[in-house]
Design a protein around this ligand. Structure first.
Ligand SMILES: *Cc1c(COP(=O)(O)O)cnc(C)c1O
Length: 361
């Protein structure tokens, strides 16, 4: 199926073939002398798994991830974290100093970083701070994207740091409005913690939707750097040709595969349930502290909290050995900290540090 989504890719890259690696040729043999690899395993490499260049898209892992996320293997591209695929999207779609991306601050910083590196124009449509939390202004986002011919619209769901999920109906409406005009990127880095279904379920009907997932958060493999982009398979093909030749190190793909066995997944989901319980406990407990102005409802594994005196709260936590994310340099968050949900004991330490502070104040 040919898709109009390819017309959004930079014209000079639509036929781009990329690097032709030794791994990508289809020849057969049992003595491989075509990639200048060593004939001997490294003394450090007990399993001899690293002597040869890895499969650019390790086939078993690709199948396991596509099962996990509910798509076809051909719709999934693995990268070095979702950070790499965000960068790939911006580079492959945006002509420097001409094309634009839409972002919704306050939001994850990498969209703007990648846009700046590519000299893409950045259109900011701020989230609205409402009783329901920080929510996107969907009409304004679509209007900005269409009127300024943006190539990419980034929605973060659940949103970092605000915590709100984007309802699937809003993703669908937006995809419809942006059809043939822009790619709608739904970053679901915290999707495992959310009650909202994944936008992957819309992919068969909307070829301009791109979903980002990662093993860095709920799956506890941040250092393995395994992120996934899920999109129309022709777009996946083009992005793959723009990507580094061997993005997925073999030890990382082996680790990721081991994290996706039914047994490992059971443990992951048990931890996700624990985080969700602790998130609600912490939300209530923090909201009852006199020095806390507001705790935003969250669908992620973190809480955004406004304090009467954020500096003192930050220091009180630091004095107790607890490091949280300072948001005070972020516009509209000058009184806010983002607190990741930890174990029960860690969360209790947060509460204790803030209660002690209350007594002193
Ligand atoms: C943490 C985070 C990521 C980065 O994930 P990696 O896969 O580790 O690169 C992407 N998006 C958001 C919103 C995040 O918070």
């Amino acid at each position: 199926m040919t898709s109009t989504v390819l017309s959004l890719v930079r014209e000079d890259l639509r036929q781009f073939v990329g690097y032709s690696s030794a791994r990508s040729s289809t020849v057969q043999g049992d003595v491989w002398l075509n990639a200048n690899e060593s004939a001997w395993a490294s003394a450090a490499d007990a399993g001899a798994s690293c002597r040869r260049y890895p499969d650019p898209q390790p086939v078993e892992l690709r199948i396991a991830l596509s099962r996990l996320y509910g798509c076809a293997p051909a719709q999934l591209l693995m990268g070095r974290g979702s950070d790499e695929v965000i960068d790939l999207l911006v580079r492959a779609l945006c002509v420097p100093r001409m094309d634009a991306v839409v972002i919704t601050p306050p939001v994850f910083g990498m969209y703007a970083v990648c846009a700046a590196l590519q000299q893409a124009r950045i259109l900011e449509v701020p989230l609205q701070d409402t009783v329901d939390g920080f929510v996107p202004d969907y009409a304004a986002i679509a209007d900005a994207a269409i009127s300024q011919s943006a190539k990419l619209v980034f929605l973060c769901s659940p949103s970092n740091p605000g915590g709100a999920s984007v309802p699937l109906t809003e993703v669908e409406n937006m995809a419809l409005r942006l059809r043939d005009r822009a790619l709608l990127v739904v970053d679901e880095a915290y999707g495992e913690f959310s009650d909202e279904p994944s936008a992957v379920t819309l992919l068969d009907r909307y070829d301009n939707i791109v979903v980002l997932r990662t093993l860095s958060k709920a799956h506890a493999l941040a250092a393995a750097r395994i992120g996934s982009l899920i999109a129309h398979e022709e777009l996946v093909g083009i992005l793959r040709r723009c990507q580094a030749p061997y993005p997925i190190p073999a030890p990382c793909s082996q680790l990721a595969l081991a994290a996706l066995t039914p047994e490992a997944l059971r443990q992951t989901y048990a931890h996700v349930d624990e985080v969700k319980r602790e998130r609600e406990r912490m939300r209530t407990a923090l909201a009852s502290l006199p020095g806390v102005r507001r705790v935003y409802a969250s669908q992620g594994n973190f809480l955004l909290v406004r304090f009467a005196d954020a500096q003192t709260a930050f220091q009180a936590l630091l004095s107790a050995g607890v490091v949280v994310r300072d948001q005070r340099a972020v516009p509209r968050l000058s009184d806010a900290l983002r607190i990741t949900i930890g174990t029960l004991e860690q969360n209790d330490r947060v509460l204790k540090a803030l209660c002690v502070q209350e007594v002193i104040v």
